[in-house]
Design a protein around this ligand. Structure first.
Ligand code: AMP
Ligand code: ZN
Length: 479
């Protein structure tokens, strides 16, 4: 097996991955801020983390993986106050939707899924440690981190601090590099906002202290891997390092992995542009969970992912191709014995698959290794050359592939029904419809009208209406 290499934002380099304790990986992932439904960009990052954990497990590592739910930050405080709800009541719906979405995308649950609001005491404790070491100062009931006291500040995001003004403060959880300043560890309550009464005064934690306190509580003072989307590198992760390392004097995380963002049709996703999608938006359009997972996983995590509907249709077809191949192996009748060279061909594909993922999780290359084998094996089957004796090795390779990619099981309809989509909505994607229309056209061309009618009825049963134009083309719409 190849040596695992990962890109570390801290060093700016691809490095061999060696965990502190042989055979075990301690990993922390910044989870969603549950102020709204998560969008497909968020899931790009969560699917990347899932591919990483699944690959490490495939390679035999025991995972201790923590993902938090940020259920207190500026936006949640503001939204829950505006809705007149407690934080728990306000966030509950989005927490549940997140769990449901993860299940739908076959994102494995981490070993610990934790909430920030269950760990306020740990955050207060960490702030006290920082107070004792004089890394903090008070201001109008809040407590700030003094970044000039931590000379390594900026080592992750490589920001230039030469122009920084000592004592200048920023209160927002999220801000740009240009406004790098002392940030709030603890925020004084504003009228109408939820707050906690604690040993360091009334208030609520800043976003950054949450992750430092929770990560170290479950994983120890030095983690193996810390992950998130690229937008979190600054200020969130930079501040996590400053807080944790100031308190412990030890390196906080050894490998920092960041996923590049997802764009939609080449543009930044935004509600105002009308290109903002949650999972449910796509399922309502007839796309399948497996296709979305495939599309999100198929672009290596350090490349921007340009999400398009064409790409999603291609992903639908790719998953279909894999499932058909798996079915063919399961149900096909092949001549006994082994085809010459096929065992070596399968071993080569497995080696290439492992080498690709070891190469900083090059998922595109790993998929190419899979599809090359599928093409070769399908050709051999078509020619009657593929033999029964090669079935098990091929199936084993497929099973290993699916421990990471998790798209082979045909459970899309059940998943969609669990989310509340009806059976008909749950079963046909745009790609399925196009395929059925093509089959109907082919039947009509052969003058097999009964077959064409069966397909028209199948589509009608799923709420799809066909309109045959005079020029022979067919348009369709959902009822
Ligand atoms: P948030 O809920 O805003 O804290 O984001 C949850 C995760 O999604 C973080 O790791 C973000 O970096 C990541 N994220 C946010 N927007 C995108 C995007 N467009 N593409 C990929 N990841 C994103
Ligand atoms: Zn975090």
């Amino acid at each position: 097996m190849a040596e695992i290499q990962l890109h570390n934002t801290l060093s700016g380099k691809v490095e061999p991955f060696v965990p502190q304790k042989p055979g075990e990986v301690r990993m922390y992932t910044c989870g969603p801020t549950v102020y709204d439904y998560a969008h497909i960009g968020n899931y790009r990052t969560f699917v990347f983390q899932d591919i990483l954990r699944r690959f490490l497990k495939l390679r035999g590592y025991k995972l201790l993986h923590v993902m938090n739910l940020t259920d207190v930050d500026d936006r949640i405080i503001a939204n829950s106050a505006a809705a007149g709800k407690s934080i728990r009541d306000y966030t509950e719906k989005f927490v549940q939707a997140f769990f449901d979405d993860c299940k739908t995308l076959s994102i494995e649950p981490p070993e610990h899924w934790i909430r920030a609001t269950d760990h306020i005491a740990d955050m207060v404790q960490l702030i006290k440690r920082l107070q004792e070491k004089s890394f903090t100062y008070p201001g109008e009931g809040s407590i700030y981190y003094r970044i000039t006291k931590f000379p390594a500040y900026g080592k992750l995001s490589k920001i230039d601090l030469s122009g920084i003004q000592a004592g200048a403060r920023v209160d927002n959880d999220r801000y740009e590099k240009e406004s790098a300043r002392d940030f709030a560890l603890w925020k004084a309550p504003k009228p109408g906002e939820h707050f906690w009464e604690t040993a360091i005064g009334p208030g609520r934690p800043g976003w950054h202290i949450e992750c430092s306190a929770m990560a170290m509580k479950y994983l120890g003072e030095t983690l193996d891997i810390h992950t998130g989307g690229i937008d979190l590198a600054f200020p969130h992760h930079e501040n996590e390092i400053a807080q944790s390392e100031a308190a412990t004097g030890k390196p906080f995380a050894r490998y920092w992995l960041h996923a590049e963002h997802l764009l939609v049709e080449g543009e930044k996703m935004s509600k105002s542009l009308g290109n903002f999608f949650t999972l449910r938006d796509l399922f309502a359009k007839g796309y399948k969970p497996s296709a979305l997972r495939f599309a999100l996983a198929s672009v290596p995590y350090r490349k921007q992912l340009n999400f398009t509907f064409d790409g999603l249709t291609q992903a639908t077809n790719s998953v279909e191709r894999l499932r058909n191949f798996a079915d063919r192996l399961k149900t096909g009748k092949f001549p006994a014995g082994k085809q010459e060279g096929m065992a070596a061909r399968i071993a080569k594909a497995a080696e290439e698959f492992d080498a690709s993922l070891s190469d900083d999780l090059n998922t595109a290359r790993a998929l190419a290794a899979m599809f090359d084998l599928v093409r070769d094996a399908n050709t051999a089957i078509d020619k009657g050359e593929f033999r029964q004796g090669d079935v098990v090795a091929t199936q084993q390779f497929l099973a290993g592939f699916d421990r990471v990619f998790a798209v082979l099981e045909d459970n899309d309809a059940a998943k969609l029904q669990a989310l509340g989509f009806s059976a008909s909505e749950a079963s046909l994607s745009d790609a399925d419809i196009e395929r059925l229309i093509a089959e109907r056209n082919a039947a009509k061309k052969k003058r097999d009208f009964p077959a064409a009618d069966v397909i028209r009825k199948e589509l009608a049963d799923h709420g799809i209406i066909l309109e045959d134009a005079k020029d022979g083309s067919v348009r369709w719409k959902r009822k």
